[in-house]
Design a protein around this ligand. Structure first.
Ligand SMILES: Nc1ncnc2c1ncn2[C@@H]1O[C@H](COP(=O)(O)OP(=O)(O)O)[C@@H](O)[C@H]1O
Ligand SMILES: [Mg+2]
Length: 230
């Protein structure tokens, strides 16, 4: 029982932009949003994916909070769990994962049929769905292109959570279909070489690298954000 409670608490903490929008961390996610918008000033940024070199560097946390701050800005936002290997979005948003992206990619569902509403009225999420045996193949398929085209008709911003670059090709494959890629680096965890290699791999697959998010930076060393506005 105690264990279950802990899981709930941990997940709730992950959505800092929703639960504590005035916190310094939420402010930093708004800075990420602003920077993304500046980066793509000439080309309308409608689709992006978030990835990192290795597991557990904060891809899913970053994806969820970035999607939330876009929704809070009034953009109709769709968060898609395209980590078809270790999906977590259904836990984070506490929605069922009986039907999701994998169903769309092998079936005849409509985007509207697999999208879940969230507590934020501008944010919908699509979970992974049943884990398929061939994620890279599905993510690189024409059906995936179709998914993006269909989703664009309803949403202003579509953000994909993906697996790590070094583990599998999924994020590189999907990078070809989206407007840009956000790379997450975790402070005191991601090795410099590893991050650089991930960047190179993404560039080799013609990804448009929008920027890098430094996750888990010691807040004490950036007091600036504590005193910033709000
Ligand atoms: N900045 C952070 N501060 C504290 N915990 C974090 C932070 N970023 C990620 N975590 C925790 O680290 C774990 C891995 O994060 P996650 O976003 O799931 O990584 P990934 O999707 O890259 O595997 C999760 O338990 C998450 O709550
Ligand atoms: Mg993840």
């Amino acid at each position: 029982m105690a264990r279950k409670k802990k899981t709930v608490n941990t997940r709730a903490k992950n959505l800092v932009t929703k639960d504590n929008p005035k916190s310094p961390i939420a402010e930093q996610f708004r800075t990420v949003r602003t920077n993304l918008q500046f980066t793509s000033v000439d080309t309308d940024l409608e689709t992006m994916l978030v990835t990192s070199a290795n597991p557990s560097e904060g891809k899913s946390v970053t994806t969820a909070n970035t999607a939330i701050v876009f929704a809070q800005q009034g953009k109709k936002t769709l968060l898609v769990d395209a980590d078809l290997r270790k999906p977590t979005i259904h836990y984070t948003f506490r929605v069922p994962n009986t039907i999701g992206l994998s169903n769309y990619l092998i079936g005849a569902q409509k985007v509207a049929e697999i999208a879940n509403p969230t507590e934020l009225n501008k944010l919908d999420v699509i979970t992974c769905g049943p884990i398929p045996p061939n994620p890279s193949e599905l993510l690189g398929s024409n059906k995936m292109k179709e998914f993006i085209e269909e989703a664009k008709k309803t949403y202003d911003m579509i953000i994909f959570d993906t697996p790590p670059v070094h583990a599998v090709t999924d994020s590189q494959v999907l990078a070809n279909f989206v407007d840009g890629v956000l790379l997450v680096v975790r402070s005191k965890q991601t090795e410099k070489e590893s991050a650089l290699k991930a960047k190179e791999q993404l560039e080799q697959s013609q990804a448009n690298l929008l920027g890098v998010v430094l996750n888990d930076q010691d807040v004490k060393s950036s007091n600036y954000y504590y005193y910033y506005g709000q």
